[in-house]
Design a protein around this ligand. Structure first.
Ligand code: UDP
Ligand code: MG
Length: 333
């Protein structure tokens, strides 16, 4: 039997690019007839014609299965839904917007066949990006590399291949705050980078904005490190020690020279500095407590509206137990 490969694609409002995507991906699948190919499209609650489009694609192409989520859950959860339903020897994650070249899949598969469980695309050039974005990204990877025990490769996205056991491993990570690059690195298994030069966008503008990247960085750090929580302990201890020494000095001065009240400015500076530090660390605590709150609710990651197309893959039995599973309405399965 041919080894099977499943391509998982999160789709959210991609009506413009879907026909071109189907075309490009079909060409790539056709160039590798030694494998049995599946295309698993996860409709993440698209509000445009995407749902209709991909259902039509599935009707005309026996390789396609579509999982429609009950609403928009975000790309990370859509990918998790895709991984839950993929049942193949290797699974490839790719965006629908053609920013990552599907032609790289050949190299992915070669590396997978030579024994790697995780093969990821790594950008060699960031020509399209500004100096600011490049340097903040580099700083972020240095920081998170230092703070957490897993090594997260820089300049990678979600475009990658996972072996069957890597998929089974990632499936077991049911956290709601899903910093995917971290999760992929966390499972361990032998990984290999395939480098490529990323083209600038063919059309449209990047959705990059500073606020989004900032939140992404906080998500990454809080999901994979508790160093920020420890900082408060060390800063606090240092300041307390300094305060103690200073206090002794003040008492000594008062006793020996009976000094009058010292300056108002130094008092203000100390007060404001300490107040600021305390608020900052309460904020850091809040970041973690908010995540504890979200995780302890123990909600399922997503709900499925319906499954269409030819889903001889994606059997429910391979899925981790999910409380929401009962509510699934499956059609066409
Ligand atoms: N996507 C999704 N759910 C969302 C947002 C995006 O499934 O809520 C999909 C989208 O259809 C695309 C991929 O995730 O296939 C990457 O999205 P986008 O290109 O907007 O992200 P960027 O490349 O700018 O990080
Ligand atoms: Mg994109």
């Amino acid at each position: 039997m041919k080894p099977s490969v499943c391509i998982v694609v999160p789709v959210y409002n991609e009506e413009e690019v879907l026909p071109a995507f189907h075309q490009r991906i079909s060409e790539v699948m056709d160039t590798m007839p030694a494998y049995s190919w599946h295309l698993l499209l996860v409709n993440d609650g698209s509000r445009d014609a995407s749902a209709r489009l991909i259902d039509a694609m599935a009707a005309s192409d026996a390789r396609i299965t579509v999982v429609h989520l009950s609403r928009n859950f975000g790309k990370e959860v859509a990918m998790a839904a895709g991984l839950d339903h993929a049942d193949a020897d290797a699974t490839i994650l790719i965006d629908a917007d053609l920013q990552d070249p599907p032609e790289l899949m050949q190299a992915f598969i070669d590396e997978w066949q030579s024994g790697y469980d995780m093969v990821y695309a790594q950008r060699l050039s960031r020509h399209g990006d500004s100096w600011f974005k490049r340097s903040t990204a580099a700083g972020f990877y240095r920081l998170i590399g230092r703070m957490s025990s897993v090594r997260i490769p820089p300049d990678t996205g979600d475009y990658r291949l996972l072996s069957r056991r890597a998929v089974l491993a990632v499936r077991q990570l049911r956290e709601h705050h899903r910093f995917m690059k971290g999760l992929f690195a966390w499972i361990g298994y032998p990984s290999k980078a395939v480098t490529f030069h990323r083209d600038a966008r063919a059309a449209g503008g990047s959705k990059f904005n500073f606020w989004r990247l900032w939140n992404f960085a906080i998500e990454g750090i809080t999901s994979f490190s508790i160093v920020p929580l420890k900082l408060a302990t060390y800063f606090g201890s240092l300041i307390a020690l300094a305060a103690l020494l200073r206090g002794l000095w003040v008492i000594f001065k008062t006793l020996v020279w009976s000094d009058p009240v010292p300056g108002y400015p130094s008092l203000m500076v100390t007060l404001l500095f300490l107040g600021g530090m305390q608020l900052m660390f309460i904020g850091i605590l809040g970041e973690y407590i908010g995540r504890i709150f979200n995780e302890t609710k123990g909600r399922p990651l997503y709900f499925i509206d319906r499954v269409t197309g030819h889903s001889d893959q994606g059997s429910a039995s391979t899925q981790p137990p999910e409380p929401g599973e009962k509510a699934l309405a499956r059609t066409g399965a």
